[in-house]
Write a protein that binds this ligand. Structure first.
Ligand code: IPE
Ligand code: IPE
Ligand code: MG
Length: 246
């Protein structure tokens, strides 16, 4: 861990340890400039590094970003192919810098529908950064909560069928272990950009008690300053988890 990081993390006791972001609004950002939607996706991808780099100073250890949903396949073939090509380029271009910054990268979502080149780049980046611990960046590609829970239950049911797990042992904790996010803590703060106040199938199980921020800023305009402000206002919230405040 680089010098000073631990001190800064201690200095931010009310920081959301895990922030999840629904990076929305790339298409509208491009369209308002008379440009194709993919122009917005490229601008959006360039915002990610700045937010990742802001995390250690803010005490954010885990950052999870929604890059492509299980529903996004409904878009035109041009947009989907452009996004897949952007993900390949992004990983190739950013791998070294992310690794040098001490970022541990993970991917969640179902890889079955992704192309083999993208899958191997994802595997390589996960392996290359597996010893990093400064910030844990999780990128959700072909991710949908309902799909994740269905896949988890399918594996759990197989374990019950083969006798490795008894039905009595199926608890919230057991199910959590079968999710793509099994190594991550639950999100403390979920941010959605672009003015839409919906979850769009993102981390439904994991965000049961998260705090939410829906902001009008379009993702390509989302800066370190906006992120810092949202993390700061999280610190003023009272999380009761069903209990009564003292
Ligand atoms: C979010 O931006 C990125 C993805 C869903 C891939 P959008 O592409 O949804 O942008 P808008 O919502 O159309 O503006
Ligand atoms: C959610 O945004 C998915 C990502 C940001 C990757 P969408 O733009 O796909 O969500 P909806 O369609 O407006 O709900
Ligand atoms: Mg959108």
């Amino acid at each position: 861990m680089p010098d000073g990081t631990q001190d800064k993390e201690r200095a931010a006791p009310c920081a959301p340890g895990h922030v999840a972001v629904i990076m929305d609004g790339n298409g509208r950002w491009a369209q308002s400039r008379g440009r194709p939607r993919l122009f917005g996706h490229h601008a959006g991808a360039r915002r990610v590094r700045e937010i990742v780099e802001a995390c250690p100073d803010l005490g954010v250890k885990y950052l999870t970003v929604f890059a492509f949903s299980t529903e996004n396949w409904k878009r035109t073939q041009t947009e989907v192919a452009g996004l897949m090509s952007l993900f390949r380029r992004y990983i190739t271009k950013e791998a070294r810098a992310l690794c040098d910054e001490g970022v541990r990268v993970r991917f969640i979502g179902d890889r079955v529908r992704l192309d083999s080149k993208l899958i191997s780049l994802m595997d390589e980046l996960e392996q290359m950064t597996e010893h990093n611990d400064r910030v844990h960046l999780t990128i959700a590609i072909n991710y949908g909560s309902r799909d994740e829970v269905s896949r988890a239950i399918k594996r759990l049911a197989k374990d019950v069928a083969t006798g490795q797990l008894s039905p009595e042992d199926v608890t919230e904790t057991t199910l959590t272990r079968y999710l793509d996010t099994h190594v991550l803590p639950d999100p403390d703060l979920v941010i959605r950009t672009s003015g839409e106040a919906r979850i769009s199938n993102f981390l439904l199980w994991q965000s049961a008690y998260a705090e939410y921020e829906f902001i009008d800023t379009l993702w390509p305009d989302f800066t370190r300053e906006v992120f810092t402000r949202l993390v700061g206002s999280y610190g003023k919230r009272e999380r009761r988890f069903g209990a009564v405040s003292l």
